[in-house]
Design a protein around this ligand. Structure first.
Ligand SMILES: *Cc1c(COP(=O)(O)O)cnc(C)c1O
Length: 355
């Protein structure tokens, strides 16, 4: 640490991203919830040498090709959408912009581990709301909160989803609090709250093209809400980084949103693979939480999460485990191709025989 760093950042604990190996080699990478399928063909094609030559020019700050494609997809107005450099940046704008009158942000105790980091860096007070014994988010725990509420739906790393009616309960009981629903995984089986943005001016829905649209490396995320909320977020964006999306990502993102057929096919494949994989894991004696995401959260009585992680690593398979004692029994496994999941199952069978 240099002697120049501001006092308040000296204790900042950065987010720890999952391992991103420089080269994949024979590794089966099931640790950061990426999509096993390539981006939509149109998204790949649009990044050609003519476009690359245009990189001498700035991108369009509003990224309107992209926000238009998003608005079209959801049948909302373009003024109800803002895009960002990954939804992580959108979430950062949200934590900068909104935290209620108390300066507090409520979120589930077990959830996306970036939320406490944003609280820390932007000086908000995080309120960690415990989950139920079955790892469920209980809407009543959020009734009448005193601050902004951020809920991942489906939740990570559990994969468990709230019903739309439960989200609406939270909104109804927090008319004066902003409620942010982070829907990074919603396309793998949960219902989006986007249909509620016209009825609830306290709702912001955040999504990403990183998971269900195979564009993690392009860094494209977005938020949808009332025109006023989006205007507020644009105020932050234009005060921070107006050209936040690069030209290639805007084009690729727009193409990925437009290709509904490819989106439907690939997400259905992942859902089918997940359902089959869950049955196989259960057959090997694992407890598996009910997942509506492109990953499953699973635990075995035979070994804790870290042990299973280390054993799988010997078979060149990377998954994710967590230090937090409440979830230390579990590993989070991204759903890859059917072939990858078969390899994981056969490695697991061997591991269970050998320990
Ligand atoms: C992956 C993820 C994000 C971040 O997505 P990017 O768009 O890649 O920044 C946000 N929230 C949750 C819960 C995620 O899992």
């Amino acid at each position: 640490m240099s002697r120049f760093l501001r006092d308040r950042f000296q204790t900042l604990e950065p987010y720890t991203p999952g391992e991103q190996p420089k080269t994949l080699g024979r590794l089966i990478k099931l640790n950061t919830n990426e999509n096993p399928y390539e981006p939509a063909p149109g998204a790949v094609d649009v990044i050609n040498s003519d476009e690359a030559k245009k990189l001498r020019l700035y991108s369009e700050p509003a990224a309107s090709l992209l926000t238009e494609a998003i608005a079209d997809f959801y049948g909302i107005r373009q003024e109800q959408v803002i895009s960002g450099n990954g939804s992580d940046e959108i979430l950062a704008f949200i934590f900068m912009a909104f935290r209620g009158k108390t300066g507090k942000v409520w979120y589930p105790e077990i959830s996306y581990s970036f939320y406490p980091v944003y609280c820390d860096i932007f000086g908000a007070e995080g309120v960690k709301v415990p989950l139920g014994d079955d790892f469920s988010v209980r809407p009543e725990d959020y009734y009448g909160a005193d601050g902004t509420i951020v809920i991942t739906n489906p939740n990570a790393p559990t994969g468990m989803a709230l019903e739309l009616s439960q989200i609406e309960d939270i909104l109804e009981n927090n008319r004066d609090n902003l409620v942010v629903i982070d829907e990074a995984y919603v396309d793998f089986g949960a219902d989006s709250a986007v249909g509620l943005i016209d009825r609830y001016d306290n709702l912001l829905v955040v999504q990403t093209l990183s998971k269900s649209r195979s564009l993690a490396g392009a860094r494209v995320g977005f938020a949808m809400g009332s025109e006023e909320l989006i205007e507020d977020l644009n105020r932050i964006k234009f005060s921070f980084n107006p050209y936040n999306l690069n030209r290639l990502s805007i084009l690729a993102g727009a193409e990925a949103m437009k290709d509904r057929g490819y989106f439907e096919t690939t997400r259905k494949k992942i859902i089918d693979t997940r359902e089959h994989f869950v049955e196989e894991l259960k057959g090997l004696g694992f407890r598996v939480l009910p997942s509506k995401a492109n990953f499953v959260f699973a635990a075995s009585d035979r070994m804790r999460g870290e042990r299973f992680f280390n054993e799988l690593r010997k078979y060149d398979i990377i998954v994710r485990h967590f230090k937090d004692e409440k979830i230390a029994d579990y590993v989070r496994i991204t759903i890859g191709t059917p072939e990858e999941m078969e390899l994981l199952i056969s490695a697991t069978r061997k591991i269970l025989e050998s320990i």
